[in-house]
Design a protein around this ligand. Structure first.
Ligand code: AMP
Length: 192
């Protein structure tokens, strides 16, 4: 199965993706995780991406499409995968369609986590507080200023992606404000 989790920052895409990994036994491909790993490793792509990411902006389509194109070739992605944080622009969505078609693959579902934007800032603050309390380190872009930029990028560049998938009847919306288990149950129903 090939599926996309769509939704604004803080909507719970990562949490739901991890549950789906266990349930479907396919990998989670998070472009955010891949870019953070590249930044930590100090690669050229990582260095280019880091400043943009920390400020809350979007890394160039060319870079993320290149990363995903290579990642879906890996052995563990043969049986399908969950895309988390990609595509984030219509250009990326079009490129993904091309990448899949070239490989004889088909996108099964796009799940959109719908959330109340007002509640998102509170959710991010909670995530930061919990991480700090657990002794963990906080992402450089998990602060209110960067978060607002991320939300704005979502509204202007990523929201049109859901319209793109609605056209081909691949999109299903779920209530991302529900409890984690309830969201997971809605996703299961959307995949059935
Ligand atoms: P995430 O972990 O999905 O919240 O992504 C963190 C940051 O990585 C984003 O705010 C962007 O700067 C960058 N990023 C992740 N995925 C993409 C993408 N598909 N296109 C552009 N930038 C991305």
């Amino acid at each position: 199965m090939i599926l996309i989790l769509l939704g604004p920052p803080g909507a719970g895409k990562g949490t739901q993706a991890k549950r789906l990994v266990d349930r479907l036994n396919i990998p989670q491909l998070s472009t955010g995780d891949m870019l953070r790993a590249a930044a930590a490793a100090g690669t050229e792509i990582g260095r280019k991406a880091k400043a943009v990411m920390d400020a809350g902006g979007l890394v160039s389509d060319e870079i993320v499409i290149g990363i995903i194109g290579e990642r879906i070739e890996e052995e563990d992605a043969r049986g399908g995968f969950i895309l988390d944080g990609f595509p984030r622009t219509v250009t990326q969505a079009e490129s993904l369609d091309r990448l899949l078609t070239e490989r004889g693959l088909k996108l099964d579902r796009v799940i959109e986590l719908k959330v109340d934007e007002e509640a998102l800032i509170a959710r991010i603050e909670k995530r930061v507080a919990e991480t700090v309390a657990a002794g963990g380190s906080v992402r450089a872009d998990d602060n209110p200023a960067s978060f607002r930029v991320r939300l704005e990028a979502y509204r202007t560049l990523t929201a049109p992606v859901s319209a793109y998938y609605a056209k081909s009847d691949r999109l299903r919306g779920v209530d991302g404000m529900a409890e984690v288990d309830a969201v997971a149950a809605q996703i299961d129903a959307a995949l059935a």
